[in-house]
Design a protein. Structure first.
Length: 244
């Protein structure tokens, strides 16, 4: 399926009030599960958030994971590689931010940017990009074998909603700092990014599937992501370790 075949909004028959109530319960459960994860020190969690500009990655982190104890959670935002990072292999900067046992690590953008941007802007040859798909699959499967739970979310936003959000940044004094003229220019490449994302979803770690999240209704987006993280953590069947 192409990414454009997936919904960007919540089903019309859902009640925002009821879903929000469920989300609040999920946050309480997520807090408890994080405490168990931290106490056991046996597994770690890597949460990957991807999406086009203005898809709501920062908002997702702020709303869904505000319930976590900061002691056991880290957030890393990956931007354009620095000159130092470009001197190494493309996964070098990722390895530095992997979660230790007992920790939850959230990636705001990730190693997938090193497929997306070079593909759309043709800054790397096709042979090199092609092999990055395999490297990423091997990398994620290795992490999984070492006890890291990986959840990958793509925040799906329609073109109209994306344009509206980018324009809103100019009008809101609290969001004007977020506005980047490059984001508006990148809208011209929207279709190319979506084509590349579709290939990524098809090829990258089918054992660690992507979840396409309708992102235009924040209350539904938050609920779906919290639910997925809670369900994943519950598969560990954790109990508190015995003293000593």
């Amino acid at each position: 399926m192409h990414i454009t075949d997936f919904p960007t909004t919540a089903p019309t028959d859902l009640s925002e009030k009821k879903i929000t109530k469920k989300f609040n319960k999920l946050q309480n459960r997520l807090f408890d599960l994080q405490h168990l994860l931290y106490a056991n020190q046996k597994n770690s969690v890597l949460i990957i958030l991807q999406g086009l500009d203005a898809a709501g990655k920062d908002s997702t982190i702020r709303h869904v994971f505000s319930c976590l104890n900061p002691t056991g959670c880290n957030v890393t935002s990956f931007k354009k590689p620095t000159e130092e990072e470009l001197m190494y292999g493309f996964l070098w900067r990722i390895y530095k931010h992997l979660p230790a046992k007992g920790m939850i690590q959230i990636f705001n953008r990730s190693h997938y940017e090193d497929i997306l941007v070079p593909t759309v802007h043709e800054t790397a040859d096709a042979y090199r990009i092609e092999h990055r798909y395999d490297y990423i699959n091997d990398f994620e499967q290795h992490l999984q074998m070492q006890g890291t739970l990986i959840l990958k979310f793509f925040l799906n936003l329609s073109e109209e909603a994306q344009q509206a959000k980018l324009q809103a940044r100019l009008k809101d004094p609290k969001k004007q700092w977020k506005y980047d003229e490059a984001d508006t220019k990148e809208q011209k490449n929207r279709q190319a990014y979506l084509e590349t994302y579709t290939r990524i979803f098809e090829r990258c770690s089918p054992q660690i599937p992507w979840q396409i999240i309708p992102a235009e209704d924040k209350w539904y987006r938050n609920y779906l992501i919290a639910k997925a993280v809670v369900e994943k953590l519950e598969t560990l069947n954790m109990t508190y370790p015995k003293p000593g």
